[in-house]
Design a protein around this ligand. Sequence first.
Ligand code: NAD
Ligand code: UFG
Length: 339
Amino acid sequence: MAILVTGGMGYIGSHTCLELLELGYEVVCIDNLSNSSPESIRRVEELTGKSVRAYIGDVRDEALLRQIFAENTIDCVIHFAGLKAVGESVSIPWKYYDNNLNSTLVLTKVMADVGVKRIIFSSSATVYAGDNQMPLREDSRTGGCTNPYGWTKYMTEQILSGMAFADRDWSVVLLRYFNPIGAHHSGRIGEDPQGIPNNLMPFITQVAVGRRERLNIFGNDYDTPDGTCIRDYIHVVDLAKGHVAAISYVMQNQGCEVFNLGTGQGTSVLEMVNTFMEATGVNVPYVFAGRRAGDLPVCYAGTDKSAQVLGWKAEKTLFDMCRDSWAWQSKNPMGYLEK
Ligand code: NAD
Ligand code: UFG
C-alpha cells in the first residue's frame, strides 16, 4: 500500500514516514522545504534501509500533484504540509490562509479527480474553544480561535468534513494533536525549528545545549498546583503510530471522524523542566516571566475515543520524551545543519 505524505520532511512527517516504512508501506512524499531539510528523509532512509519517493515542491502546485498521482498508485494521503507558527500567523495572516487552505483545496481537488478519496489531516487541539471543561473530548465545543493559524485548522476541518458529507465516497480522519515533543530514540531525526523556538521543549533543549542562556517560563500565577500552565505532551513516535492506526481506519470506513491524539495526562511547565533535568542530568536555568498572550492555563485530551475506535494509545512516558528530545538535540546541536 502506498501513502502520500505531504510535509513529509518536517518534524512529525519524518517520524511518520519512518514508522510507515518499518511497517512495509510504500512512502511517497512532497515537501517545499519551507520549514525542513531533505536531510531528514535521507536519515529516515538510512535508519530503515528503505527508500522514499521524494518530490521537492509545493502542495499548491496542481500540475506537480497530478504528476505525483500519475507516477504513483496512491491509496491514501496524510496531509501534514502547513505553516504552524502561531505568532507569525498573527503578523502575516494571508500567508497562513493561502498556504494552509489552498494546499488542502488543491490537494483534495486533484485527489477527487483521480479517485483517491482517503485523507488524514493534521489538526490541532487549538480548534477547541477556550471555555471547555477538561479533558477535551472530540465533541467538546470548537471555534473562537485566537489566531489565524488556529482558524486555518478550524476551516480545514470544515472543508474536509463538508466534502465527506456531500460525497460519501470520501473517508476523512481529522487528528487533533496535543503537544508533540520527543524524537526517534536514535537521535538521528527530530524537531529542527528555524530561529528562536516558540515551543517549550525545543527552547529547553536549546538552553541545555548552550544555544540560549535561560528559559523564560511564561507565568507562574495561573490557577494550577505550581502556578505554571499545564499541557498534554505526547511523544512524536506515539503520534506517528496514531497515524498508522488512522490509516487502517480510513481505509475501512467512509465519512469523517475526528480523534484526539494526546496522552490524557497534564504536565506543568515546571514539572517538564524538572523531568528534563532528571532524565538528562543537564541543568536548565530558568526565570519566571510574564504570561504569554493567548495561553490557556490547562489543556489536556480525552483519549477514550481514539483508544476505543482506533485501538491506539500513547505509550511513552514524560521521561522518555525528555530523554529522546535530548538525544536529538545533543547529537545535533545545530539541527540538520550538522550532517
Ligand atoms: P513542520 O513545519 O516540521 O512540518 C511541516 C512540513 O510541511 C515542513 O516540512 C514544511 O516544509 C512543509 N510545508 C509547509 N507548507 C507546504 C506546502 N505548501 N507545500 C509543501 N510542503 C509544505 O511541522 P510539524 O510539527 O511536523 O507539523 C506537521 C503538521 O501538524 C502541520 O500541519 C502542523 O500545523 C500540525 N500540528 C503540529 C503541532 C505541533 O506542535 N508540532 C500541533 C498540532 C498540529
Ligand atoms: N512556554 C514557556 N516558555 C517558552 C515556551 C513555552 O513557559 O519559552 C510555556 C507556554 O507558556 C505554555 C507551555 O510552555 O504554557 C507550552 O507552550 P508551547 O508553545 O510549547 O505549546 P502550546 O500549548 O502553547 O501550543 C501548542 C502548539 C500550537 C497549538 C497549541 C494548541 O505549538 O501549534 O498547542 O494546540 F496551536
